[in-house]
Design a protein around this ligand. Sequence first.
Ligand code: SF4
Length: 407
Amino acid sequence: MALKSQVVLKDILKTYFGSLKAPIAWCTSVGPAEILRALGFEVYFPENHGALLGASRLAGKYIPKAHQAGFSGEICSYLTADIGAWIAGETPLTALYGLKSIPHPDLIVFNTNQCREVDEWFSYFGREFDCPVVGVYPPRYLEEIGQHDIDNVVVQFQKVIAVGEKVIGKKLDYERLKEVLRLSRDGSRLWKKVLDTAQKKPSPLTFFDGVILMAPIVILRGTQTCIDFYEEALEELTALVDQKFGAVPDEQVRIYWEGMPIWGRLRSMSELFINNQATIVASTYCNSWIFDDFDPEQPLASMARAYTQIFINRGEETKLAMMRQMLDEFNIDGVIFHDCKTCFNNTNSRFGLPKRIREEVGVDTLSIDGDLNDLRFFSDGQSRTRLETFIEQLKAKKQDAGRKSNV
Ligand code: SF4
């Protein structure tokens, strides 16, 4: 069943893309969008375009064009799909929203809290558009985050502000920044509540709903539209919980998805899990846009903390602790690690974490090979077999545990 919120979202996206008029700033998905909005820019997110290319199955057409332009086949396939589409002079935004081209930037801002690839990607477009580019380079892979780390990032945000003021021709209004950050904080809290409805058994939503519903917290963070959307979505999901509606009929096992979505296979993967009575109820990915620490009274410092402490930017011990909490809160039976070929940054199966989850947390895991956009790295047949076998094992283990507890 499609959620009503997903239908509402279509109109919201249409309005958003239709309203992208200069001055426009490009920003990474976990970059300081609030500063850009408060300065008066419309904000556009190339990663959202990358995901759209994947979900609309156009990435395979454009990725080779980026390869021909010198970009490796083994680097971020958001980057290669996006640059390839630009080289081809095409975008799905034309058919979907009537845009002639991707929105042209007046300023480009990125934050390497997620990866260094965004530096190369956004700098390429800075050259293409002869446009100012400002990078924020926070300390990476932190276990603890100290005051000196926060101070470091605040100074870099001040540089974003200075360049932004120059481009837009006026000073940042700090009261406006506080207001935008309050909107972001409230939107983020509502997004968390939406995701947390999946703690209920059965869950009213799955990971595959989540990756659609997350669009506003990525591209409309800091707006009233984002808040209104999640208030409605929460109301809808709460009603479904009250009705004991399960997004997956006869939910038998509950799964955590670790890593990137496989955008070109959302529908078939969703069907696979439905057909096997398994619900992906939680994920690192959807939770990455929960920013608990936004504080409008300390806008720059709290943004620095919130954007630096995201999962992808943490050390392995912290990642384990964060996952342990989620696995407990969502009553998870098994974890699927997506070993994403072109995004090692969002791949956490390569340094022993699955083994530690099994041994230290006591939850079964499976790792599958794939990619966010480049389907050459994903085998439908092999993945299906491995996923179905894993789900069967989880079911058998639960049944066995149920029998023993009845003895
Ligand atoms: S985190 Fe991964 S998918 Fe996202 S931009 Fe960086 S390399 Fe690409």
